[in-house]
Every structure is written in structure tokens, then in C-alpha cells.
Write a protein that binds this ligand. Structure first.
Ligand SMILES: [Zn+2]
Length: 297
């Protein structure tokens, strides 16, 4: 009897002391950062994320005289991380191969050629897809990338893809008024009060607010072109690569912005996890585009 009991006891212990089986996915334990996952855990992360991955995009460029060159990367990464904690998704390492020709005259700017930027973007998405990511969300922290990513999304229709790319479009209108009330300055756009506040909320050690007034962040208005837009416009207006005044960063403003954007991004992740409408419409489109005459209705 004793022997039998012992066997039962051992069997019982084995049954309940074995760590979680491979199929068990513990959301709490699993990192969301692509680069912090082990290869076997990557497979689990893919399953948990339902193939949704965020590509946080920034740039290496001057942010006034007081913020780090990687400001846009810090912000995009923070929004992505906060959203992934709300609704699990994979988060790719920061993409800093964007459009930044207009800051080439400033120290520390890294401006790859347009061809290389395009190739990097294309192949990054292809590699994500090869690894099983079929829904890519671009979270952009750099204003100079907006046209690039919008055009990249349009080019997804040029030839068949087995994945979709969604460009996150946050709407800050819910917090705009509250932020306006807290703001001390009424102008901005780059390394300004709000952007400085956002960096301050995450990495106060990298914010040198005391230097923010050492250069002008006012519009220099050096170009008056009627009904037109040209590449040199930004340099004409903001040669210091600074638009605003980051002298008084308010953490509360930064937090409000992050919260609002992370919640919206989490909603987008949640939508994409179960959505099949984008992929089925894409498939239908590729098919019809391959033989437009046959499919004409
Ligand atoms: Zn920026």
C-alpha cells in the first residue's frame, strides 16, 4: 500500500509541479518586444498577437537645442509599448530609416537615400510577413515620415501581398482642449512644449529644458510662395530645426498624450486581431486587378 501511495504521490507531484506546457501562453510572462523574445517564445507571441505587429518609426534628427536626436523613436516606442500592454501585440525594434533630408544641415542627422529608405521599409515588412506577421501597424513619431508611410500604404496595391499595412492615425481631439489649458506657449510643431513634455514623461534625464531658449523656435518666414509647396519650406521657416519652445516641460501634458494615443492604438490592435475584411478585400482586389476585363461588372 505504501508503495502504491508513493507512486501516486510522485505521479501527482509530477502532474502539478511541471511548469506550464508549451501550448500554454502566459500573457503576463511573454515580452512584447520582438527583440527580447527567444525564438521558441516568438512562436507563442505570434499566436497571442494573432499576427499583429507594431512598427514604431522615428528618425535620428535634431530636436531643438535641448532634446535627444532619437526623440521621435522614444515617443513611438512608448506609445507602442503602452498599447501592447493594454492589448497584446508584437513590437518591432524602432525603424529610423525615414525621410529626413531637410535636417541634413544639422549635426547628428542620419538621412539615408530615398532608395535605401524604401528598400528598408519594404524588406522589413516582407521579413515580418515571412515570420508570420500578417497585420503590420506603423506608429509614426516623425512628422517628416507622414507622406512616406501614406504612400507606402498606397503601394501595397501595386502587387499582391499576403499581409496588410495599417498606418496608425491618432486623433488627439479628446485631450486637445485639456492640453491647451495646461500649455504655456501657443506655438509649436517640433521639439515644442508638447513634444518636450512627452520626452520628459518617459526620459527626463534626456531633457535639457534650461537650453531650450538658447535658439529660436519661431517661424523665420523666409519664403512666401503663393498657392504652392516646395521642399525647402521647412528650412525656410525653421532653420534651427526647432518649432516652438520647450523651456517648460509639463509631465502631465506628456502623460495625457501617451494615454490617449496608447488607448487608440490598443483599440486598433484589438480590431485587427479578429478582422478579416482588409485581407479579403485585398485578395479580391488583387484578383480583379490581375484580369480587369473578366471581372468587369
Ligand atoms: Zn520629433
Amino acid at each position: 500500500m505504501k508503495m502504491k501511495h508513493a507512486i501516486f504521490a510522485i505521479a501527482y507531484m509530477m502532474l502539478f509541479s511541471i511548469p506550464a506546457l508549451a501550448q500554454d501562453i502566459d500573457e503576463e510572462q511573454l515580452p512584447y518586444l520582438w527583440n527580447e523574445l527567444t525564438a521558441p517564445d516568438f512562436v507563442k507571441a505570434l499566436e497571442l498577437s494573432k499576427g499583429v505587429c507594431i512598427l514604431p518609426a522615428g528618425i535620428m534628427e535634431k530636436h531643438g537645442p535641448h532634446l535627444p536626436l532619437s526623440t521621435d523613436m522614444i515617443l513611438a516606442r512608448e506609445i507602442a509599448s503602452r498599447a501592447a500592454k493594454l492589448e497584446y501585440a508584437l513590437v518591432f525594434p524602432e525603424f529610423y530609416f525615414g525621410q529626413i533630408n531637410e535636417a541634413k544641415h544639422q549635426p547628428g542627422t542620419v538621412a539615408y537615400s530615398p532608395e535605401l529608405v524604401w528598400k528598408m521599409l519594404e524588406e522589413t515588412c516582407e521579413e515580418m510577413s515571412r515570420n508570420g506577421v500578417k497585420k503590420i501597424i506603423i506608429v509614426n513619431g516623425h512628422g517628416g515620415n507622414n507622406e512616406l508611410f501614406a504612400y507606402f500604404c498606397q503601394t501595397q496595391l501595386a502587387e499582391r501581398k499576403d499581409y496588410s499595412v495599417v498606418f496608425f492615425q491618432p486623433d488627439d481631439s479628446a485631450v486637445d482642449e485639456e492640453i491647451e489649458e495646461l500649455r504655456l506657449t501657443d506655438y509649436g510643431g517640433h521639439a515644442d512644449e508638447v513634444e518636450t513634455a512627452m520626452v520628459y514623461a518617459v526620459r527626463p534625464d534626456l531633457v535639457h529644458a534650461d537650453r531650450a531658449g538658447s535658439q529660436s523656435g519661431k517661424d523665420q518666414a523666409r519664403l512666401a510662395i503663393p498657392f504652392g509647396n516646395t521642399g525647402i519650406w521647412w528650412y525656410a521657416s525653421f532653420p534651427n530645426h526647432y518649432a516652438g519652445d520647450g523651456s517648460s516641460p509639463n509631465k502631465e501634458i506628456g502623460e495625457m498624450n501617451f494615454k490617449s494615443r496608447a488607448e487608440q492604438l490598443a483599440e486598433l490592435i484589438q480590431f485587427l486581431k479578429t478582422d478579416e475584411s482588409i485581407s479579403s478585400l485585398q485578395e479580391r482586389f488583387y484578383k480583379e486587378a490581375a484580369s480587369p476585363i473578366e471581372t468587369e461588372q
